[in-house]
Design a protein around this ligand. Structure first.
Ligand SMILES: Nc1ncnc2c1ncn2[C@@H]1O[C@H](COP(=O)(O)OP(=O)(O)OP(=O)(O)O)[C@@H](O)[C@H]1O
Length: 242
């Protein structure tokens, strides 16, 4: 059984379908007199397959919460369970295992400039170490075709438009069918038409794969893809709308 299977097995044993459970979470930056609390008593539960959008003013703590959910840093106080694994106080190797279950999409697509679209997406599978070279080639080509880039497999990022690059990033995040996808301002660098295409694509693939999405955005034009909208203000979750 590999790392991913161990997590999936323990998740299904719980009988719950909440993939993200946050309770009484507090987080700080800095030390001593520079110590500043940025998240205050966050409580949030996200169910399997839900698309949740988090909005709120700049500096309110959205990205900080997203990086904690992504196991990219450890919370200071409270409880944060991802796929039934406690992140608070988790060891580095446990955090690495959890990260393998999460697809990340950022504002800047973060593609490797020296790799083609196909190679960039294949990287999303290589870290799992469970796919043969042929399977990786096949799955990468298949998902790039699904996002409308079947004729751009061998293009380098610099030869693709902003929207196409973001579609490669979506393909890379979703190629391994992760149970959770986290997206930070995925449309911020795109015009409204490309932004709409990108979120429609994320919604379609997520619903097909049954994956949960937590997406941070200032872009009011894409709020309609959410099953639920939560708002962060001054480090506190202030509202939750369905
Ligand atoms: N690494 C860090 N060290 C110190 N303070 C930080 C760090 N990262 C963020 N902060 C502070 O934490 C607070 C929340 O920042 P965060 O980036 O989470 O907000 P945000 O809501 O995502 O903002 P934006 O919408 O502008 O991206 C801000 O006051 C920010 O200055």
């Amino acid at each position: 059984m590999n790392a991913a299977n161990i997590i999936n097995a323990s998740f299904s044993e719980t009988g719950t379908n909440s993939v993200i459970v946050i309770a009484g979470l507090n987080h700080y930056f800095g030390d001593g007199h520079l110590k500043k609390q940025v998240l205050f008593d966050i409580n949030l539960e996200i169910k399997s397959g839900e698309i949740v959008i988090m909005t709120g003013p700049s500096g309110s703590g959205k990205t900080t919460l997203l990086t904690l959910v992504g196991a990219l840093r450890s919370p200071h106080f409270g409880s944060l369970k991802i796929l039934n694994q406690e992140i608070c106080g988790a060891k580095d190797n446990q955090l690495v295992m959890i990260r393998r279950q999460i697809g990340y999409i950022f504002q800047a697509h973060n593609l490797h400039r020296s790799l083609t679209a196909w190679q960039n997406v294949r990287m999303g599978l290589e870290m799992h170490g469970t796919f043969s070279r042929e399977e990786m080639r096949h799955h990468a080509a298949e998902i790039l075709t699904e996002v409308g880039l079947g004729d751009r497999l061998n293009y380098y990022p610099e030869d693709l438009s902003g929207g196409q690059k973001q579609r490669v990033a979506i393909a890379r995040a979703l190629v391994s069918h992760p149970p959770i996808v986290l997206a930070d301002e995925p449309t911020a660098a795109l015009d409204s038409k490309s932004g709409r295409e990108v979120v429609n694509l994320m919604q379609k693939l997520a619903k097909e794969q049954g994956c949960t999405i937590l997406l941070v955005t200032h872009d009011n034009r894409i709020l309609d893809i959410a099953d639920r909208i939560v708002t962060m203000e001054d480090g506190k979750l202030t509202s939750s709308l369905r």
